[in-house]
Design a protein around this ligand. Structure first.
Ligand code: SF4
Length: 377
């Protein structure tokens, strides 16, 4: 804790804010996208935006795994949980996310489905070991941070011969999402979203390394700074991006040198490569179908793949017309642009995934921007 406190010191933040203010060019604007919802929450929790000059704007990105899960994939999980003899296990946030027709895994549980919350992937495996008479399915979601843990339990299930265990894999890839943003018409053609540089996620990068971002920096001429999740990490990343933009540079820089290397965690990467392969296509909420943007179990582990074991089917459903989550995920709108933000839609009664997730932008606005909530209400 003492170590973390050093990255939250007010005096250091004020000094950094003065440096940034002295370095920004008053004649230009800086639009910086924080990819990850963890950064969004840190920015609001510590009031980072209020410390920055007005021409440095932070744009919220799609880096919230719960928010980007397409509704048909959640619907399919709910259907699966209702099958007799099935126990569905997932992380807590996932249970409250509204699916189509205002269903959720929590409501399915109230109606008798065996849906359980876990804090780790390993817990799902232990539930399977403890209940050999039930089919236990781990509903796996997340970016590259959580994928190695899922790979580990697949290998462990194989080693222990747990034939009643399977994984419903919804793991997605950060670089694919960044590319989709840079290729989107809102950024490329319409000028609706301006992204001059990216604040990259440190936890994802601890696994994949900083190297995968080099392509964007070179190809799209956008600087990337990988940053930790403390307020001083974020402010330092902003300063590094401002300096690069002032100098006309577009490099990958690593602010989080205490945890991220260029190569990443080779052991975790090998684990993931052993178990998973790229899906040719995957639907993201807000971003649509993205090629090679998600993972599935390799054929060698087909017997542990819930989609194959239960012949799961996806059915397209229309988005809730009132909910602006898809536009918020793309950075086109802010939560306060949603007419039901803070009134009909609150963390106690969420209408969309962005209000549920611990990393969702709407949840961050609601929790830390009470003024905006009251103005809307
Ligand atoms: S406030 Fe609620 S309904 Fe509106 S965009 Fe956010 S999650 Fe969706």
């Amino acid at each position: 804790m003492r170590y973390i406190r050093g990255f939250r010191e007010g005096a250091a933040a004020a000094a950094l804010a003065r440096l940034i203010a002295a370095e920004v060019d008053p004649e230009r604007e800086y639009h910086l996208m924080e990819f990850c919802g963890g950064h969004t929450h840190a920015i609001f929790r510590y009031g980072v935006e209020d410390l920055l000059p007005g021409n440095v704007r932070l744009v919220h990105g799609p880096g919230c795994p719960v928010c980007v899960l397409a509704v048909p994939r959640l619907d399919a999980a709910i259907e699966l949980s209702r099958q007799p003899n099935v126990t569905l296990v997932s992380y807590g946030d996932m249970l409250r996310v509204p699916a189509s027709r205002r269903r959720s895994l929590l409501k399915a549980r109230a109606q008798g489905a065996d849906v359980r919350m876990a804090y780790s992937a390993l817990e799902a495996l232990e539930i399977a070991a403890a209940h050999p008479g039930r089919q236990v399915v781990f509903f796996a979601i997340g970016f590259e941070t959580t994928t190695p843990a899922t790979a580990h339990i697949v290998l462990e299930a194989r080693r222990r011969g747990l034939s009643n265990f399977s994984v419903y894999c919804n793991h997605v890839l950060t670089p694919a999402a960044i590319q989709s943003i840079l290729d989107s018409p809102e950024v490329r053609d319409w000028g609706q979203v301006r992204v001059d540089g990216f604040i990259g996620p440190s936890h994802v990068s601890a696994v994949i390394g900083s190297r995968p971002y080099e392509y964007f920096a070179q190809e799209y001429q956008r600087p990337v700074v990988i940053a930790g999740f403390e307020p001083l990490d974020v402010m330092l990343a902003v300063r590094m991006l401002v300096q690069q933009l002032n100098n006309g540079h577009a490099h990958v820089e690593n602010e989080f040198t205490r945890g991220v290397t260029r190569e990443g965690n080779r052991k975790a990467q090998q684990l993931v490569a052993e178990v998973f392969e790229l899906r040719p296509n995957f639907e993201w909420r807000g971003l649509g179908e993205l090629p090679y943007s998600a993972l599935r179990l390799k054929a060698a582990y087909a017997d542990l793949d819930a989609e194959r074991r239960f012949a799961m089917k996806l059915h397209p459903v229309p988005e809730n017309a009132a909910c602006q989550c898809p536009a918020i995920i793309r950075g086109v709108k802010k939560p306060t642009d949603c007419t039901i933000f803070g009134t009909v839609c609150t963390p106690r009664s969420p209408i969309g995934s962005c209000m549920v997730s611990a990393e969702g932008a709407c949840a961050a606005y609601y929790k830390y921007r009470r003024g905006a909530v009251q103005a809307v209400g």
